[in-house]
Design a protein around this ligand. Structure first.
Ligand SMILES: [Zn+2]
Length: 163
């Protein structure tokens, strides 16, 4: 689908002041797609929801309003860029955006491509399964997950702060 070379494999950079016991301070939290100095994009390893990405703020802050407005704007632009790639690449029934943090109170946004055939539609991905699709969800995708990751990485790289 795309002839552009994949971006280099990123390395996880933990926060400068990690919080004990926080898994998003300790590890990437999924397949690391892109790491900037201030945030990263990962893909959750969830077979039922293969196009499930998270945009994670690097520093440990619990709440959205802990970030200054400029940082909120920057992070929401990253969320929007991921959503745009999912829409253009997969034509999902809906994209779900969520920021909960009840289990891991380290600021992150979920960006999830949803389909009317997925196992929890129309509930949230965290709801009980309502059906089994009977096929591997990613087999319905027009692109491989590796290509999807590449597209996400290229889209958000343009938004990454220097240094
Ligand atoms: Zn943390």
């Amino acid at each position: 689908m795309s002839s552009a070379a994949p971006p280099p494999v990123p390395a996880f950079h933990p926060p400068l002041a990690p919080v004990d016991g926080c898994e998003l301070c300790r590890e990437a939290g999924g397949h690391l797609v892109f790491q900037s100095p201030r945030w990263r994009v990962i893909r959750a390893n969830d077979a039922a929801f293969p196009a499930f990405y998270r945009v994670v703020w690097r520093a440990h802050v619990p709440e959205w309003t802990d970030l200054p407005l400029a940082d909120r704007d920057a992070l929401m632009n990253v969320v929007a860029a991921v959503e745009r790639v999912l829409r253009e690449s997969l034509s999902p029934t809906k994209v779900n955006l969520a920021s909960l943090g009840n289990v891991v109170p380290h600021l992150h946004w979920h960006v999830i491509a949803r389909f009317d055939w997925d196992s929890r539609w129309p509930g949230p991905v965290w709801a009980a399964a309502t059906r089994e699709p009977g096929f591997a969800p990613e087999s319905r995708f027009a692109v491989t997950l590796a290509e999807l990751d590449n597209r996400v990485a290229r889209a958000v790289a343009a938004l990454a702060p220097a240094g």
